[in-house]
Design a protein around this ligand. Structure first.
Ligand code: ZN
Length: 327
C-alpha cells in the first residue's frame, strides 16, 4: 500500500474530515488529540506505554439504522433510554474503527487492520481509512513486521489484503488466535452457518487467509506474541476472540478488541447481549471479568469501537461501568 495516488490520499483526507464532523462527540475527541506525532494528523493519536510507542490510527466509521434486536435480551425502549443518557442518536448506531500500531524494540506491530482498501473504495472513504492514515503518520505498510488479529470479523481482518487481492503488509507475519483460525476455516462449521452474514464471514476468512498463505502463524492464549505484548482469551464475541495486554515497565494497556462493541450500551450495561456476539453469555462473562480487573488495577483500556482515540479508563457506575475517555 505504498502506491496511493494523490487522488486516493485526498479522498481519504476528505472522508476523515467528514467522519470527524458527523458525530459531534468524536469531533471533540479528535480536536483534543495531542500530543501529535510530529504535527497534528487527523485520525492519528500517539501515546507511550513505558518504552513502547503506541498509535491509535482511525479506520473511519460506519453508521446504520438501529435494529430492534441490536441488544437481544432487553426491550428496545431500554436501549433507547441508554442512548439518550449518552446523548447519542436513538435511530442510528455509529461504530468507529481504530486499529493500533506499536513500535517496540525497533519493530512495528499492527493490531487489527480495519475494513481494507476494497471497503475504502466502496464507501467513498468513510470506512477503510487505516492504510491511508498509517501512511500519513509516516509508516510504510512494507515496514510492518507483525500483524496481530483479535478476531475474524470484516472490520478487523479486511485490511490484511489489498483491493486486488495481495498481502497489504507484504513483509509481515500475520499472527492469529488458534481457536479463531480453527473455527472459521472449518468446513463443517461453515456448512452450519445460519445467516448470510455469518456465511460471508466464513468465505472472507478463506479468501484472505488463502492469499496470505505461509505468512500466517497461530497462537494460544497467554502467549507473548510480540515484545511486551501478551494474548488473553476473551472468547464469546467470536469463538476465539482475543485481547492483548501491552506492558512496558510499570505502564500497561489492554487492547480489548470487541469485548464491547458499543460503550454506551455494553460498558454501561455489561449484562446486555449484543446481536453480533456469537455466544452472548460467554461474551458477558469475559466482559465482566476483564472490566473488574481493569477497574481494580486502574488499567488503561483500548477498544476498537470506542470513540476515537479509543482509549480510556473504566469506573464503576451503578450496575455496570462507565468509560472515562482519554483524548
Ligand atoms: Zn469489530
Amino acid at each position: 500500500m505504498t502506491n496511493h495516488s494523490r487522488r486516493t490520499f485526498l479522498a481519504g483526507t476528505t472522508a476523515a474530515a467528514v467522519a470527524m464532523l458527523a458525530p459531534g462527540k468524536y469531533a471533540t475527541a479528535r480536536e483534543a488529540s495531542s500530543p501529535a506525532v510530529t504535527a497534528p494528523i487527523s485520525g492519528v493519536f500517539q501515546r507511550t506505554i513505558g518504552k513502547i510507542e503506541m498509535l491509535s490510527v482511525s479506520d473511519g466509521a460506519n453508521s446504520f439504522p438501529r435494529r430492534e434486536n441490536f441488544v437481544s435480551n432487553v426491550p428496545p425502549v431500554d436501549v433507547v433510554r441508554a442512548l439518550q443518557a449518552a446523548r447519542l442518536p436513538t435511530d442510528t448506531i455509529t461504530l468507529t474503527f481504530t486499529p493500533v500500531v506499536l513500535k517496540t524494540n525497533g519493530r512495528v506491530i499492527v493490531i487489527d487492520t480495519g475494513l481494507g482498501e476494497a471497503a475504502f473504495r466502496q464507501s467513498n472513504g468513510v470506512g477503510g481509512q487505516f492504510h491511508t492514515n498509517l501512511e500519513a503518520a509516516g509508516y510504510d505498510a512494507a515496514a510492518v513486521d507483525r500483524v496481530l488479529i483479535t478476531h475474524f470479523h470484516a472490520d478487523h481482518i479486511g485490511g490484511l489484503v489489498t483491493a486486488d487481492g495481495r498481502a497489504a503488509f507484504p513483509n509481515s507475519e500475520i499472527w492469529v488466535p488458534a481457536a479463531e483460525y480453527a473455527f472459521w476455516l472449518n468446513n463443517a462449521n461453515m456448512a452450519r452457518a445460519e445467516s448470510e452474514a455469518t456465511m460471508a464471514n466464513f468465505q472472507r476468512a478463506r479468501r484472505i487467509f488463502g492469499i496470505l498463505g505461509d505468512s500466517v502463524r497461530t497462537f494460544e492464549p497467554d502467549t507473548e506474541v510480540a515484545p511486551g505484548v501478551t494474548s488473553m482469551a476473551t472468547h464469546g464475541h467470536t469463538p476465539g476472540h482475543t485481547s492483548f495486554v501491552v506492558e512496558s515497565g510499570a505502564d500497561k494497556v489492554i487492547i480489548q478488541g470487541d469485548v464491547t462493541t458499543h460503550p454506551a450500551l455494553f460498558i454501561r450495561h455489561p449484562d446486555w447481549h449484543g446481536a453480533t456476539d456469537m455466544d452472548a453469555e460467554m461474551a458477558q462473562q469475559a466482559r465482566i471479568k476483564l472490566y473488574d480487573r481493569a477497574v481494580a488495577e486502574g488499567m488503561l483500556i483500548q477498544g476498537f469501537h470506542f470513540p476515537f482515540p479509543a482509549l480510556g479508563h473504566l469506573a464503576r457506575e451503578q450496575d455496570g461501568y462507565r468509560l472515562i475517555p482519554i483524548g
